[in-house]
Design a protein around this ligand. Structure first.
Ligand code: SF4
Length: 81
């Protein structure tokens, strides 16, 4: 028998959305953090070099790497405080 009353557990890290870039309440990461994330993406086979878009999450990486709560969908880099 299935238990349909499972408690909902909120995610620990809110997923990054493209419109988070426009949210003035979300502070962006330092240039150093953004560059280190981009260096990882640049070496990743899932980065489309021309558009700088990730094939795994579909995001534009120069934007996504600026968001502190953003994470790589395959765990190559994570959120920062
Ligand atoms: S976010 Fe992750 S999977 Fe996507 S391009 Fe960057 S390193 Fe690769």
């Amino acid at each position: 028998m299935k238990n349909s009353k499972k408690p909902k557990i909120p995610p620990l890290v809110k997923p990054a959305r493209v419109w988070d870039m426009l949210d003035p309440n979300i502070e962006k990461v330092s240039e150093e953090v953004q560059m280190s994330r981009m260096d990882i993406c640049k070496d990743c086979p899932f980065l489309m070099k021309i558009t700088k878009q990730c094939r795994k999450c579909g995001c534009h990486m120069p934007w996504k790497t600026q968001l502190p709560h953003a994470t790589c969908p395959i765990g190559k880099w994570g959120a920062v405080e």
